[in-house]
Design a protein around this ligand. Structure first.
Ligand code: ATP
Ligand code: MG
Length: 307
């Protein structure tokens, strides 16, 4: 029996927490002021659980607090970051790979000084570049090193190769879910695939549309009851974001919630979570430099003709 099937059949009972970490657990105590690039990928199993809105608002909060944030729109099919932040994007990474524009020319500045990198399709070509093309892009990326200290990656829902590609190059993976059993089951499936592909990923559960903090703990227990049993994955409870009608208003206005309704319930929580994001533990050091992150991207085996 497949584990995901087992999870459904088990009805995900609320057992004791296993060995996984609790909320806000910070084993290394890295502070927000510490040097080094942080790369955080947001993923979900089920679609529409809030990744894009949470990523965009977290990015804006971090930028307004002085972090140098690059928000990568890695939802290649349904890129939405530009819409949520009210931006117009012209080029994508595909144009850089094709050599028609430089990397710095595709970055678009958003609210609070966030920079958005529209990824778009064609990303697999980055794993098939010849050495000369690779070095040309890495040269451009090196020039971005001083510009950014935090990279947030908004992924597509599910466990497509795109998601595995981007999340596989990050160390910290925020798994977004809501309280619905389908979303929790799909979150499990996502963690399963990613943890089997890469062993050094740290997973952090973010429960969106929660009524209370205890909702977060409830989902966390359900999930870790099964992950502890079937997977070799470290999962912490990152936190919750409440359902907040202001978010829909902000989306309609194409403005970040944290700017338009800074004191709304979800904004308050997002401000707190942005701080927590910066203190996520790093099991085996910082993510290095932008160049190292992109080298990791280049050298992944996507199963699509990597050299
Ligand atoms: N905390 C919240 N309160 C109210 N509405 C929310 C909340 N979080 C998300 N939404 C709404 O849910 C919808 C989906 O959000 P979003 O596009 O961010 O999800 P997503 O996970 O990125 O979706 P996809 O998987 O399609 O990329 C949006 O209309 C958004 O306004
Ligand atoms: Mg999205």
């Amino acid at each position: 029996m497949d584990q995901a099937q087992g999870l459904r059949m088990m009805g995900m009972p609320q057992n004791e927490l296993g060995t996984a970490m609790g909320p806000g657990d910070n084993r290394t105590g890295i502070s927000s002021g510490e040097a080094g690039l942080k790369v955080i990928a947001l993923v979900s199993g089920k679609g529409g659980v809030g990744k894009t809105n949470l990523a965009a608002n977290l990015a804006v909060v971090l930028a307004r607090r002085g972090r140098k944030v690059l928000l990568v729109d890695a939802d290649l099919g349904l890129a939405n970051v530009d819409i949520v932040l009210g931006l117009t994007t012209r080029y994508t990474l595909f144009d850089v790979v094709n050599g028609s524009v430089e990397l710095k020319d595709i970055l678009v500045e958003g609210p609070g000084g966030v920079w958005v990198l529209p990824a778009s399709s064609g990303i697999y070509e980055m794993t098939c570049l010849d050495d000369q093309q690779r070095y040309a892009i890495l040269d451009q990326i090196e020039a971005l090193d001083d510009r950014f200290d935090t990279v947030l990656i908004d992924n597509a829902a599910g466990i497509s190769q795109d998601v595995q590609f981007f999340a596989g190059a990050a160390r910290q993976v925020v798994v977004v879910t809501d309280r619905e059993p389908t979303a929790i089951t799909d979150a499990y499936a996502t963690i399963k695939v990613l943890s089997q592909r890469r062993t050094n990923l740290n997973f952090h559960l973010l429960v969106n549309n929660a009524d209370s903090e205890s909702d977060g703990m409830d989902v966390y227990r359900k999930l870790t009851t099964v992950t502890d049993r079937f997977l070799n994955a470290s999962i912490s409870l990152f936190g919750t974001v409440p359902k907040d009608e202001n978010l829909n208003r902000a989306v309609m206005a194409r403005r970040p919630l944290v700017d338009l309704f800074p004191r709304s319930p979800a904004s308050t929580q997002l401000n707190m979570l942005a701080e927590r994001l910066l203190s996520l533990p790093h099991p085996d050091g910082e993510d290095g430099t932008m160049k190292m992150f992109w080298e990791r991207l280049f050298h992944q085996n996507t199963g699509r003709g990597e050299k």
